[in-house]
Design a protein around this ligand. Sequence first.
Ligand code: 13P
Length: 339
Amino acid sequence: MTTVATTATSSLVDIAHDLVGSGRGILAADESIGTMSTRLEKAGVEPTETNRRDYRELLVTTADLREGVSGVILCDETLRQRLSDGRIFPHALDELGLLPGIKVDTGARPLAGSAGETVTEGLDGLDARLAEYAELGARFAKWRAVITIGDRTPSRWALWAGAHSLARYARSCQDAGIVPIVEPEVLMDGDHTIWRCAPVTAAALRTLVDELTVACVDPAAMVLKPNMVVAGSTCPQQASPRETATATVEVLGAALPDDLAGVAFLSGGQDPDVATANLAALQEVPAPWPLTFSFGRALVSPALQAWRGDPRRVVDGQAALARLVGRNAAVLRTPSRRR
Ligand code: 13P
């Protein structure tokens, strides 16, 4: 990728390094209002604005979270909310030693001209929103493109549309002084084997890197958040952690520049134990960039189940989160020194 070196990007490089190169991972707590409400309802919690806030407050105030977590991704609603002590979330995160992040895409919508594929929206007005988010204290952002594996998907059209939007988003972030997390997610939905996931992920990453290059996105000032290369969730032949790790690093290595700040994997619906085992196996495969986690469900699902909206069970929710953060951070390689 072409690197546009400016003074402004050097602090972005430092933030990107803190996010992924400090021997810690990222907590994804950025579910949209709709998704969060559904998850709360499933756990028997009324999906109110206050309950969404209380749940996020439980997560970010977990004692010593910063030992294993470098930054927390929030959604627009949470970024503007206040903790019960009156501090707005981004300021509280700063004080807790956690980098505040913000999900800036507005979700996946049907892609015209495709057979049921989607493209992620949110580019309209993005520059103005990024300026406001930076003002509110966000230091990094996230945008997720969704790629589905099916008989006739992904199409080249959908791969390109997703990659192009990610590149425009990433460029806007770097111009706004915000580190972009660039997330092309090949979904686990389906019965495909790992050997089908590998070339699809490779094609998605190749297309993405081409678009990032054209947009002059600085790889040292961005974080990639890809899927691990795994079998589909209903495939009878699941891959071992070692197979997953080998296939994943091979695919990433063929597509990504060495000066990328780092890779933070999504969990994508993997069972928390499987996600941790795969992350541990990934550390054993030589790679030029730090490989860490940016898990959502694989970190927070047990915490939500333990809490279930009961103020007396906040400590149980926090204990569940602390346990999973500790387990994942413990398998990471020691912090890399800045190149
Ligand atoms: P999961 O780890 O639950 O896949 O969430 C990560 C994320 O940020 C999805 O956009």
